[in-house]
Design a protein. Structure first.
Length: 352
């Protein structure tokens, strides 16, 4: 029997609770579809940092690198300085493992969960391909004359041709696998002229994909379009910071942060899977966070691990749970472990 070695960083806030449900579903899928899960849990996060001052020691980082996949709960806690652990754990994994693709599907499964009037599953089915290793995220901030009335703070937005080309190409390939085969570039090249690199690279790469139709939206107009006519969008490719912002908006279209999942990939080499939501520290330990986002991340992990049947079954179980069993996606409408139970029931009921 095949064993998948998973490095698990449950992290802060509700991370451990939602990861527990994700692993339950993963193990159940393994029992049903014939693979074993060897999960190694790492304690990193704010509590560990408060106790030991360790963020993510090199030895552990080297070990995590060798796993078949990484599952991350959430990082972020008001007891730590802003950004220290987010950048030291999530950021380090994304940047040092060169996980340049951040895939964020936005798929509405039930009209009840969409805040837009008159929109249903036939209108909301997008895939955001977010660049994950460049942009303002990886540039050093500068604070000149800090604390004085003349203070100047800056942090550059930086894009390389190689970094731009590989994400644009990945997005064209992804668009090719979809029914509509439509790819929209989202940028702000009219104001941030450095993003002219995206404009040019997108036009060049498009020539190699005559079967994919293309479009372009400035990020402000893209926000408007996502609300006004989400059905006009299929695959979106965008820069790191804009991708971060528009995928929270996208999460709301599919039912909120409780259901949105993401895959951070270096195709062919490494994958890290996580919810789009943060650590939700106010809800920690209360058994009220929705684990569906993490379970959907596990579903993406199964695709990555080439467990196609198991992935399809978990996808079906998520759809059944959301459409038939969950009365509401409001926090606390169902308990975290209760939703895990529903998922396991539905998984067992998926016909082979
Ligand atoms: C996300 C998160 C991170 C990001 C934070 C925690 C640094 O918001 O994965 O979307 O901005 O990328
Ligand atoms: Mn975000």
């Amino acid at each position: 029997m095949k064993t998948h070695r998973i490095a698990v960083i449950a992290g802060d806030g509700v991370g451990p609770e939602v990861v527990e449900q994700g692993l339950r579903v993963m193990r159940a899928a393994g029992e049903r579809f014939g693979f074993a899960v060897a999960a190694t849990e790492y304690p990193f996060g704010t509590a560990h940092w408060l106790e030991t001052e360790e963020i993510f020691p090199d030895a552990a980082f080297e070990e995590v690198k060798t796993a078949d996949a990484i599952l991350l709960g959430a990082i972020g806690d008001p007891r730590a300085p802003i950004g220290l652990l987010e950048r030291g754990i999530i950021g380090r994994l994304r940047w040092d493992l060169d996980l340049f693709v951040n895939l964020r599907p936005i798929k509405l499964l039930d009209a009840r969960f969409c805040p837009l009037k008159g929109k249903g599953p036939e209108h909301v089915d997008m895939l955001v391909v977010r660049e994950n290793t460049e942009d303002a995220y990886v540039q050093k901030p500068s604070f000149e004359a800090q604390g004085t009335e003349n203070e100047v703070a800056s942090q550059a937005m930086l894009y390389t041709r190689k970094g731009t080309e590989r994400i644009v190409r990945y997005a064209f390939e992804a668009a090719r696998t979809r029914r509509r085969k439509h790819l929209t570039l989202v940028d702000k090249a009219n104001a941030v002229r450095a993003q002219d690199l995206y404009t040019r690279v997108f036009a060049e790469v498009a020539k190699e994909y005559p079967d994919v139709s293309t479009g372009h939206l400035y990020v402000d107009a893209a926000c408007m379009r996502m609300l006004e006519a989400p059905e006009s969008l299929d695959v979106i490719v965008t820069t790191n910071l804009f991708g971060d912002i528009i995928t929270d908006l996208g999460a709301m279209l599919q039912g909120g942060m409780g259901v949105a999942a993401s895959a951070n990939l270096h195709p062919g080499q490494r994958g890290l899977f996580e919810s789009v939501h943060g650590s939700f520290p106010q809800a920690a330990g209360k058994n009220v966070a929705n684990p569906v986002a993490t379970i959907a991340a596990v579903q993406m992990m199964l695709v990555w691990l080439k467990e196609a049947e198991a992935a399809a079954a978990v996808e079906a179980a998520i759809a059944q749970t959301l459409t038939r069993r969950m009365t509401s996606l409001a926090v606390g409408a169902h308990r975290t472990d209760e939703i895990g139970d529903m998922l396991l029931d539905e998984l067992a009921a998926v016909p082979v």
